[in-house]
Design a protein around this ligand. Structure first.
Ligand code: HEC
Ligand code: HEC
Ligand code: HEC
Ligand code: HEC
Ligand code: HEC
Length: 486
């Protein structure tokens, strides 16, 4: 019996009609296809601005479409025992391939199969391409998981890396990391849906990729040179909120390149001195042992006085090669301390500086209690400041209400940019390791308690890392020298 071309779609439809699984798949594909194609075309040309809509397209419609195709395939070829559908069973192919007279039919069948597969492959690859871009987007990372990511997303937007995509630090390039990130992403998505994520989200991020594949794609510390003048503006808690300055010459140094030897702060990331350390706790705050491999292959091991006990009592023992993130642990999620947040707003006059005792009052009200919601904090800040000025500076309160209102707004902003009670993020939940506030950061190692066999210690000499040119001075001489009197 010769088969005409028109028999093929007929047999195809018949096959689908006779298999419930295939029918289900066909229905899904027919319903989803027009929506999906339209949405993808729209996203490619105009971009879908709402991350939730894009999420529905790529995480529900897309998989639905592919699932439908799979069902059709399974229904047609593997739902055995239906004579009418024989056209599409593997046994049929086997029979026909052995029988020369059936070649004609087989050829057309193969032709149809290839044709449909090509169309589907095309649609699926276009979809995969735009889904990939969607899942790598900051909107997906930062907004879809709205509640859990609010702190990181807010802090990120206020940082100097706000134009760097989340994925460039968290994932980097390469297929294996892409797959890894999707597996961990699926786990995180589950945690969000099931509401099992931790508050605050735990840090450090233990699966983070080594810095050479992320930070070092953009930054090259071997090209750094010399020292950096850092001026820190602060305000005292006296009536005038006196403006003082700390001036440091930070020995940024270099990881060494050509004529420049590695030196100073970025000496740690020079390829020839690998620093490895053991941390006894999850947060890497207790460091019992530090090893330094020098250029000539020698290994110097520094151990803290209590290394044995610390190692024995370790809650989460880990060994790690030091990289950028051990100092720059907050390059993009920069949460300021209360002091720095308020000073920052005073410097820009978002909190007017000429209101008496505003530094002191602002500090008092933002740190008075660990508020449990943002709303509670806003109210407490407004009430606390209103009360203070009403009682102690009635003339200001009566005559300059707008200024009091501006103060309240500024202090609320200082709080809201850094504290997220709903996610368990309070002041200093995410401390920076870039300096040595609270004996942390550099002083985890540079505390003169880590000693090598020959008696050398990891230096705590104040001049190792910086020269302090002025400390909390109103009018530092050094700035007059550098900037001239004006
Ligand atoms: C410049 C690099 C960089 C960018 C860009 C970046 N991150 Fe991070 N992120 C980090 C580092 C570094 C850490 C902390 C690593 C550590 O301490 O182990 C971190 C930590 C986190 C954490 C854990 C909680 C915390 O605050 O420590 C989350 C969640 C997070 N990032 C989400 C995001 C999201 C969402 C985006 C995009 C909106 C983003 N990150 C962009 C570098 C980056
Ligand atoms: C995609 C490129 C890119 C990546 C990846 C990147 N950065 Fe940056 N980084 C920049 C740019 C651009 C600036 C300058 C921003 C500016 O000055 O406004 C910058 C600024 C900085 C600064 C100085 C400003 C500041 O906030 O103190 C530091 C420190 C820094 N990056 C560290 C890191 C670290 C650590 C990582 C890895 C976790 C990293 N960067 C990853 C592009 C990148
Ligand atoms: C031992 C700690 C440490 C390590 C490790 C480290 N840095 Fe830094 N880095 C610092 C300090 C401290 C500063 C100065 C911060 C400041 O300006 O207040 C700095 C400054 C910078 C700056 C700004 C330079 C400038 O002139 O303003 C960049 C960019 C930077 N680091 C990138 C990196 C990258 C990339 C790595 C990893 C390859 C790295 N750092 C490793 C401590 C470190
Ligand atoms: C994991 C341990 C560890 C941490 C954390 C650490 N360092 Fe170091 N650092 C070392 C070791 C080990 C040496 C070599 C011994 C020495 O010179 O005292 C060193 C040396 C240095 C040197 C001298 C480099 C030279 O030219 O010889 C500077 C500067 C320095 N560190 C700055 C910093 C700063 C700034 C930080 C914090 C932002 C920091 N370190 C954090 C382990 C650490
Ligand atoms: C291992 C390196 C290192 C050593 C040792 C060190 N510091 Fe620092 N110090 C830093 C870094 C890094 C910063 C942060 C700079 C920044 O915030 O940009 C800093 C900041 C400071 C600041 C300014 C803090 C602020 O925010 O106002 C003071 C003051 C200071 N150090 C004093 C000291 C004194 C005193 C010693 C000696 C006991 C000392 N430091 C030893 C690395 C070091």
């Amino acid at each position: 019996m010769a088969t005409t071309l028109s028999d093929i779609p007929k047999a195809f439809l018949k096959g689908i009609a006779h298999s419930r699984i295939a029918l289900l798949g066909a229905m899904a594909v027919t319903v989803i296809f027009p929506f999906l194609l339209g949405a993808i075309a729209y996203d490619l040309i105009f971009h879908i601005p709402n991350p939730y809509v894009a999420g529905a397209v790529y995480m529900i419609l897309g998989p639905g479409f592919i699932g439908g195709l799979v069902l059709i395939f399974v229904g047609l070829f593997f739902a055995r025992g239906r004579e009418e559908v024989r056209l599409f069973t593997l046994a049929y192919f086997r029979d026909k391939l052995a029988d020369e007279s059936g070649f004609d039919k087989i050829r057309k069948l193969v032709f149809l199969g290839v044709f449909l597969t090509c169309i589907n492959l095309f649609v699926v690859s276009v979809m995969a391409y735009s889904a990939y871009h969607y899942m790598e987007s900051n909107a997906f990372c930062g907004e879809v998981c709205h509640v859990p990511m609010t702190p990181e997303y807010t802090a990120y937007q206020n940082s100097s890396h706000s134009r760097v995509n989340c994925v460039e630090c968290h994932i980097g390039g390469g297929a294996s990391w892409f797959v890894k990130s999707k597996i961990s992403g699926a786990r995180q998505l589950y945690a969000v849906v099931a509401d099992t994520f931790t508050r605050p989200i735990e840090t450090p991020v233990h699966g983070l990729r080594p810095a050479r594949d992320t930070c070092e794609q953009c930054h090259r510390p071997e090209k750094f040179l010399g020292d950096k003048l850092v001026i820190k503006d602060k305000f005292l808690d006296d009536e005038q909120n006196t403006h003082v300055k700390t001036v440091l010459l930070l020995k940024i140094g270099s990881a060494g390149d050509k004529a420049a030897d590695s030196h100073g702060i970025h000496w740690h990331v020079a390829p020839e001195n690998q620093i490895t350390y053991k941390a006894a706790d999850w947060k890497r705050t207790i460091i019992p042992e530090v090893s330094q491999r020098t250029a000539d292959g020698q290994v110097i091991v520094y151990r803290s006085g209590e290394a044995d006990e610390q190692l024995a009592e370790a809650s989460h023992l880990q060994e790690r090669v030091m990289d950028c993130m051990d100092c720059h642990n907050r390059p993009s999620h920069v949460y300021l301390s209360a002091d720095k947040a308020v000073d920052g707003k005073l410097l820009t006059n978002e909190i007017p500086r000429d209101l008496p005792y505003i530094k002191k009052q602002a500090m008092a009200v933002v740190t008075e209690s660990e508020y449990t919601t943002g709303e509670e904090a806003r109210t407490a800040i407004a009430n606390g400041l209103t009360e203070f000025y009403k009682q102690n500076y009635a003339d200001i309160y009566d005559n300059d209400r707008p200024k009091v209102a501006q103060v309240i707004e500024g202090v609320q902003a200082a709080y809201q940019e850094n504290v997220f009670p709903e996610m368990g993020v309070q002041w200093d939940t995410y401390a920076s390791h870039l300096g040595h506030a609270n004996e942390m950061g550099c002083f985890r190692c540079h505390n003169e308690e880590h000693e090598a066999e020959n008696g050398d210690v990891i230096s705590m000499d104040c001049d190792t890392c910086h020269t302090i040119l002025a400390e909390e001075e109103e009018d530092p001489e050094i700035l007059k020298t550098l900037l001239g009197d004006d």
